[in-house]
Design a protein around this ligand. Structure first.
Ligand SMILES: [Ca+2]
Length: 297
């Protein structure tokens, strides 16, 4: 019994210590709705807004990493008002919200993230997404494109299947987020970066299948790096870059002592089916692997 008590006490101590300095388990997901102040034009208009005039929704990607954009409304009323907008999307696509409502001071804008899910059997083509305020509707066409025909800008990893050694479950850290095309650390814990589940245990791995043999010679890795969570304290420090050649993993580059938000590795061209990051250590507390994006060229 004494042995059991000691073991429990040690367990509790470790847990509390980790919670005190580790940002990962205690970070809430990024706020989904934000209101920003502004100056009203006094026209009374309530204008739907979107962060893009069209949305590319890749077909066949992991549902944990859906296409997304920011939507919102701007009020040019003279007085504060309660504003509501509906969100309509053509079947079989689905949107993460059907409505956006907010109290809006004059001139203020409300913004929210909208996720668009594409079922696997969706036909490619253009689909309608409409943001409908009482007197104005904004259309944002959604273009469903198979990953093989996506304009990847030369990044062979973009939207390709990702597997990882583990995944932290306290918030939204899906492995596919390292190939979603978003390098920004903003919105950490909200689906834009991978955090492994094994604190202070190494190595951790994340692998990206390239959809067939591809000639590659460069990998760029983006690790967590914000004002609040700088890479020099929370980012990845040491890792190997591996290429899968004829079914075998081959180390093609090594990064040691990194303290920056990103690092580029160049190597002799190889024909590879997949790329794997073997994470060996992180900075500061050396606790978790946190990767925002991996790009392969
Ligand atoms: Ca990302």
């Amino acid at each position: 019994m004494r042995h059991l008590t000691t073991a429990l006490a040690v367990g509790v101590t470790v847990t509390l210590t980790a919670a005190a300095w580790d940002p990962t388990p205690v970070s809430p997901p990024a706020a989904s709705v934000k209101v920003q102040p502004g100056a009203s034009k006094g026209t009374g208009a309530l204008t739907p807004i979107a962060s893009a005039d069209r949305l590319i929704a890749p077909l066949g990607v992991d549902p944990a990493c859906p296409a997304k954009l920011l939507i919102g409304m701007r009020s040019d009323a003279k007085k504060a008002r309660f504003a509501t907008m509906s969100v309509e999307i053509d079947q079989p696509l689905s949107a993460s919200r059907s409505m956006l409502s907010s109290y809006l001071p004059p001139g203020a804008e409300v913004r929210a993230k909208l996720l668009v899910a594409v079922p696997p059997d969706t036909k490619e083509g253009e689909y309608g997404l409409r943001l409908r305020a009482p007197a104005q509707t904004l259309s944002v066409p959604v273009e469903v494109v198979p990953v093989d025909r996506l304009d990847n800008g030369g990044n062979l990893a973009l939207q390709r299947p990702v597997t990882a050694s583990s995944q932290h479950l306290n918030a939204n850290y899906p492995p596919c987020s390292v190939a979603d095309g978003d390098r920004s650390s903003n919105g950490w814990a909200g689906g834009n970066g991978w955090n492994d589940a094994t604190s202070r245990a190494w190595p951790d791995t994340v692998a990206i299948a390239l959809g067939g043999a591809r000639q590659i010679s460069r990998v760029d890795l983006y690790t967590l790096d914000t004002e609040r969570y700088p890479a020099s304290t929370y980012g990845l420090r040491d890792w190997d870059v591996q290429a899968q050649v004829d079914g075998q993993w081959r180390t093609v580059a090594q990064v040691r002592g990194n303290t920056a938000g990103s690092a580029r590795s160049d190597f002799e061209p190889v024909s590879a089916d997949a790329v794997r990051i073997v994470a060996l250590a992180s900075n500061g507390a050396n606790d978790y692997t946190r990767i925002i994006e991996v790009e392969v060229r």
